[in-house]
Design a protein around this ligand. Structure first.
Ligand code: UDP
Length: 454
């Protein structure tokens, strides 16, 4: 089912939106998908972006791109903890953003700014320039409600993270356990808390909050956000990658040669393995993953991103691995992930449960093997496996025997088949949400009305 596209603004002057993505792949993708969607409805778009991880303007010939300095040194984007980076970027981007936006305003009106929620400094800039500000949240609604609940539990002295064992359940927020808490194990809990509080505070004065999710998946969390967290308009408009006209946002070159390889595989036999743009591993983990895949005897397409192995640009795979897997395995450095997941040969996705990857898997009807790495991924993995029941979680890190067993369970056993049936239903549900009259479609109508009222 295709989303209907007949929301179109009628205005004598084209309204101008300025967007500011946060410079990580998982944040750039939904922001540019949103911008592409709004452009298709008649808005003019300027993207203000950091020098680091800048999107490729030639992929968006109808947008205006304005780079700003971000103060990061070479490689800092990859060596710094993501939350520390959020803190640094909020400090370093405020003045350049204000400057660039002021210059844009001297050339003509700006209707509204839409920024990633992690850029909390934009509250002060919007206030100073008297511009309406709307936020895009790039994680799941459930994560937002989990963070709010955890804060309350901690304030009331009902949760002590340090006393509990990792597998201890937190009865107030089932099915989460201590080890599923975002930020657990962070090396800098103070910055984590500070950034969380700043994001939360800046959210309250925004005029709208867009989320890349859909009612059919997270209605309970969305109701809670509407009631308790965000007092103004909430627009659940996901899955944006399906709702928006297709665009290319990838920061790395996607290796399309894997599509021809997938064409040669039997339907639903290939497990696609990718842990997103930020996760990194020890060499030992890589060896366990390799042997787990090899011993599972299932075809696989595995993304090994350069730089994803600690202290190595690239590592050789264990001796004997290639020989054992060459007829049924393929390794690439970066995939056209949405196309891969939509390919009929792909029957499973071993994922870190970044929110984009999780949505893409669900919305292509692909069951998941969940292996979260950090932050919101732990909550998403737990919900994917225990609430939405569209995946199974690998619980004990990387162990070749456990991996071999889990891959087989997902790909060839009855448990995997049942998961496939549930995730196919969820896919249909997502498509209904973005079709005319669906909840995401109506949210888009509401957002357009809100912007046109400024
Ligand atoms: N992605 C991709 N090719 C790959 C792996 C990932 O294009 O080989 C895309 C993927 O489709 C998703 C994004 O990168 O949209 C990753 O975002 P996610 O939120 O899943 O994880 P993060 O990278 O932020 O940890």
């Amino acid at each position: 089912m295709e989303a209907s596209r007949d929301i179109q603004i009628q205005a004598t002057k084209v309204p101008h939106l300025v967007i500011l993505p946060f410079p990580f792949q998982g944040h750039i993708n939904p922001m540019l998908q949103l911008a592409t969607l709004l452009h298709s409805k008649g808005f003019s778009i300027t993207v203000i972006h950091t020098h680091s991880n800048s999107p490729n303007p030639s992929n968006f010939p109808n947008f205006n791109f304005e780079p700003i300095p971000d103060g990061l040194s070479d490689g800092q984007l990859w060596t710094e903890d993501p939350i520390t980076l959020a803190f640094i970027l909020n400090e370093s981007c405020q003045a350049p953003f204000l400057d660039r936006l002021s210059r844009l305003l001297s050339d003509g009106p700006v209707t509204c700014i839409i920024t990633d929620e992690l850029f909390y400094f934009t509250e002060a800039v919007a206030d100073q320039l008297k511009l309406p500000r709307i936020l895009l949240g790039t994680s799941s609604a459930t994560c937002a409600t989990t963070m709010a609940s955890l804060k309350l539990l901690q304030q009331n002295g009902l949760l002590s993270i340090t006393d509990g064992q990792p597998n201890t359940p937190i009865p107030e927020i089932p099915p989460l356990r201590i080890k599923d808490i975002p930020g657990i194990g962070t090396t800098d809990p103070d910055t984590f808390e500070q950034v969380g509080a700043n994001v939360h505070n800046a959210m309250r004065s925004a005029l709208g909050y867009i989320m890349n999710t859909f009612d059919g998946l997270e209605s309970t969390a969305l109701v809670k956000i509407r009631q308790d967290i965000h007092p103004v308009s909430l627009f659940a408009m996901g899955p944006l990658y399906k709702f928006s006209p297709r665009s290319s946002n990838s920061l790395l070159t996607q290796d399309y040669s894997c599509m021809a390889w997938l064409d040669k595989q039997a339907p639903q036999t290939v497990i696609y393995v990718s842990f997103g743009s930020l996760a990194s591993f020890d060499k030992r983990d890589l060896v366990e993953i390799a042997w787990g895949l090899a011993n599972s005897d299932q075809p696989f397409l595995w993304v090994v991103r350069p730089g994803s192995i600690h202290s190595h640009d690239w590592v050789e795979l264990p001796e004997g691995f290639e020989e054992k897997t060459q007829k049924r395995g393929r390794i690439i450095k970066w995939a056209p992930q949405q196309e891969v997941l939509a390919h009929p040969s792909v029957g499973g996705f071993w994922t870190h449960n970044g929110w984009n990857s999780t949505l893409e898997s669900m919305c292509e009807g692909v069951p998941m093997l969940c292996c979260p790495y950090l932050w919101d991924q732990m909550v998403i993995a737990r919900y994917a496996s225990h609430v939405w029941r569209v995946g199974m979680q690998l619980e004990n890190g990387f162990d070749r025997i456990e991996i071999e067993w889990a891959v087989r369970r997902l790909m060839v056993e009855i448990e995997g088949k049942e998961i496939r049936e549930r995730v196919s239903a969820l896919k249909e549900n997502a498509m209904r949400c973005i079709a005319k009259g669906g909840s995401s479609y109506e949210s888009l109508e509401g957002l357009v009305d809100l912007i046109m009222s400024f």
